[in-house]
Design a protein around this ligand. Structure first.
Ligand SMILES: Cc1ncc(COP(=O)(O)O)c(C=O)c1O
Length: 409
């Protein structure tokens, strides 16, 4: 069979995810992995979820084992609205402003389908969450990569790029800016309030939408919360929420909050993707949230993440302070820190050496669209123990030294 000529242009151009390939060795004996961005399974409230699962299947089977509406379970929406009001200060959200999706990843895919054509432009961070780019790329848009700084996307550069598009008569093709403003994946940095305000103003000035992807906002372990961009410009912001990092990713539940006209379009397109988000996990999550203040419950976990982040930053300081040109970000929440090495270091090239030394990271080049930078890596601190973090960073230093020595020989 000639499979090649059966394939669509998108599947011909699709490559397998570099992170997945590289991290296949993460479970090898003795390996210390700073790779995966997944929560600690011990934080999943499994006993109570098992109990609720039994109840909602036995007593509510007419709902939980049946097709649901495309828009999602209103009981879940009610419970989530309460959480948004209490913990994010987001008020006035109605059912029509909400769509329950199969994780935020589906929301990103729907955004591509609903907003992007080949002639469209969108702006993303540099670096950017690669899952978002993977979803948007399926529509072949043009990406503007806007450098990320310690306080979020460089808004001056964004404005310059928008001005240029305006002068070229292409601004009507510019659809949205995609940001993870709080504890960004991969860099761990948070956008300042000032930049959030400027972004919200630019959206009005140049008539574009903002995609505010917020999987990590509730994972703040220090510092003060910053208002969401949605609160600053609800008309133009598409806020993506997920249960993956606050409850459990296996439920595959996300909730889009946006103006009702946008939600209506998303719902129509979602019908063609999967009809509805699974009713069983929606009702399970709803019943759980009705009984528990999940954000309050997460506090001990966040304390653990904070102490692991401290251990990692301390270990980085101890091991790398004498190697010139190495720096790292200082996250106040979330799961990641981002290391930058001198330009001659190619972290993908160095990966084999890391595997030999039994330590894993995610090479930075996975997080760029066109203008790839090779001298970064993402480290996740939430899963390894304190001792493993210290030992892993020691191994990492050894890897870098061996790599640099080989390069200079
Ligand atoms: C920034 C960002 N957006 C979206 C997602 C997808 O999350 P979900 O599990 O809700 O599909 C992730 C997952 O890690 C993420 O880091």
């Amino acid at each position: 069979m000639n499979l090649e000529n059966k394939l669509s242009s998108i599947s011909k151009s699709a490559k397998s995810n570099i992170i997945r390939e590289l991290l296949k060795v993460a479970n090898d004996p003795g390996m210390i992995s700073f790779g995966g961005g997944v929560p600690d399974p011990e934080t999943f409230p499994r006993e109570e979820l098992a109990q609720i699962a039994k109840e909602v299947i036995e007593e509510e089977y007419k709902f939980t084992l049946q097709y649901g509406t495309t828009e999602g379970d209103n009981e879940l929406k009610d419970a989530y609205k309460e959480l948004l009001e209490k913990h994010e200060g987001i008020e006035g959200v109605q059912y029509d402003n909400m769509l329950v999706t199969v994780g935020s990843q589906e929301a990103l895919y729907l955004i591509g389908l609903v907003l992007l054509d080949e002639s469209s432009y969108c702006a993303v961070g540099k670096p950017v969450y690669l899952g978002a780019v993977g979803a948007f790329k399926q529509r072949f848009p043009k990406f503007l990569e806007i450098p990320l700084e310690d306080d979020g996307m460089n808004i001056n550069i964004l404005e310059e790029r928008l001005t240029t598009l305006s002068k070229e008569g292409k601004i009507d093709k510019f659809k949205f800016v995609y940001v993870v403003p709080t504890f960004q994946n991969p860099a761990g940095v948070t956008m300042s309030l000032e930049k959030r305000k400027r972004l919200a103003e630019l959206a009005d000035k140049y008539d574009f939408l903002i995609v505010e992807d917020n999987p990590y906002g509730a994972l703040r372990f220090e510092g003060s919360p910053i208002p969401s961009i949605y609160n600053l410009n609800p008309e133009r912001t598409i806020l993506l929420n997920t249960f993956s990092k606050i409850l459990c990713p296996g439920f595959r539940i996300g909730i889009i909050i946006a103006n009702e006209n946008i939600i209506r379009k998303f719902s129509i397109i979602k019908q063609g993707v999967n009809l509805c988000t699974p009713t069983l996990t929606q009702r399970l999550a709803a019943r759980y949230l009705q009984k528990h203040d999940r954000i309050e419950e997460l506090k001990p976990t966040l304390e653990l993440y904070r102490s692991k982040k401290d251990t990692m930053l301390e270990a980085l300081e101890n091991e790398f302070r004498n190697i010139q040109g190495v720096s790292w970000t200082r996250p106040e929440g979330g799961l990641f820190t981002w290391l930058t090495f001198p330009e001659e270091v190619d972290t993908l090239d160095m990966f084999e050496e890391a595997k030999k030394n039994k330590v894993l990271y995610v090479p930075g080049e996975a997080f760029y669209v066109n203008e790839v930078e090779k001298n970064h890596m993402r480290l996740s601190f939430c899963l390894p123990s304190h001792d493993e973090i210290r030992e892993g960073v020691r191994r990492l230093k050894n890897v870098v030294e061996v790599y640099l020595n080989k390069k200079t020989i």
